[in-house]
Design a protein around this ligand. Structure first.
Ligand code: NAD
Length: 275
């Protein structure tokens, strides 16, 4: 079900499925979409200071009637706020906007390797974790080399790595590495922002199960143990995307979807992003 959780390496339980809110506006329409998702059973909301909608997320969670501890909220420190002091300050702003007294998961949004601040930024996340202002800490868009670099100074290993992941970019090598390190992988742009809906093998598999391509992809995530956060502001799609717990892809179908990997991205390459 939508309430299913996985256990992070520090024992915290995190929902395997959630709502991504990138480009969902910080106003009534955004609040309504998030409120609707929570009403439909979503228990994880993925925001970031960059998304400029932390206020709507906080308001929707507070007004949902669901206990704060039963909803898992992720936010992220933006690239220009990296560094120890800067990150502590950015976190205060995030918490303030959300109107919460703690956050569930805080991520470094991008490694920005050329900026070379992610180790200092990570120390700030460790401090926030130690002070119990955040229940879990992690990274986003980190490749194996960034994680290896982080390990040279980290006291706490990331609990989550949120990366672009979908059938065209299935992150098999990174997923194997993260699994060995006890780091959960969460997929962003799991639907490749709508770019996979015409792919023949996906439409065929969808037809065979009387499901949509979106549901097939999100089910593929689920069966691989990839945490996932599809985005939609549309009520029927919010429900559709979550309706993936009543069918099973066969091993053959899973392998067919795995074989769609071609390395194509919808977002920037973490190695190259530098501003
Ligand atoms: P996505 O793959 O979730 O695609 C979302 C788009 O697909 C929607 O805008 C809609 O147009 C379409 N869509 C959604 N459900 C559909 C359905 N059932 N049928 C048809 N079309 C449908 O892309 P995304 O929003 O980029 O990624 C999801 C979330 O991941 C974001 O909202 C954000 O929270 C997170 N994210 C994180 C990073 C990062 O750097 N950490 C980067 C991008 C996104």
């Amino acid at each position: 079900t939508l309430q299913e959780t996985t256990e992070l390496h520090n024992g915290i339980k995190m929902p395997v499925f959630g709502l991504g809110v990138y480009k969902i506006p910080d106003e009534q329409q955004g609040m309504e979409a998030i409120t609707y998702a929570i009403k439909s059973g979503y228990r994880l909301i993925d925001t970031a200071s960059l998304y400029d909608n932390e206020q709507a997320v906080g308001a929707a969670v507070r007004q949902s009637g669901i206990d704060r501890e039963d909803i898992f909220v992720t936010s992220k420190v933006w690239n220009t706020d990296q560094g120890y002091e800067e990150t502590l300050k950015a976190f205060d702003t995030t918490l303030d906007k959300l109107g919460f007294d703690y956050l569930d998961l805080y991520l470094i949004h991008w490694p920005m390797p050329k900026q070379d601040k992610f180790k200092d930024t990570w120390r700030a996340l460790e401090k926030l974790y130690e002070d119990k202002k955040v229940r879990a800490i992690g990274v986003s868009n980190f490749n194996i080399n960034h994680l290896e670099d982080l390990k040279t100074t980290a006291k706490v290993l990331p609990m989550v790595n949120q990366v672009e992941c979908h059938p065209h970019l299935n992150q098999q090598t990174l997923r194997d590495y993260c699994q060995a390190e006890g780091i959960k992988v969460q997929a962003w742009s799991p639907l490749k922002r709508g770019d996979l809906f015409e792919v023949d093998s996906l439409t065929e598999i969808a037809k065979a199960h009387k499901k949509s391509v979106a549901q097939v992809i999100l089910r593929w995530d689920y069966q691989h143990g990839i945490l996932t956060i599809p985005k939609s502001v549309n009520k029927s799609r919010i429900e559709e995307n979550a309706d993936i717990f009543d069918f099973t892809l066969s091993e053959r179908e899973m392998a067919q979807i795995d074989a769609l990997h071609n390395g194509d991205r919808t977002g920037p390459n973490p190695e190259e992003l530098n501003a």
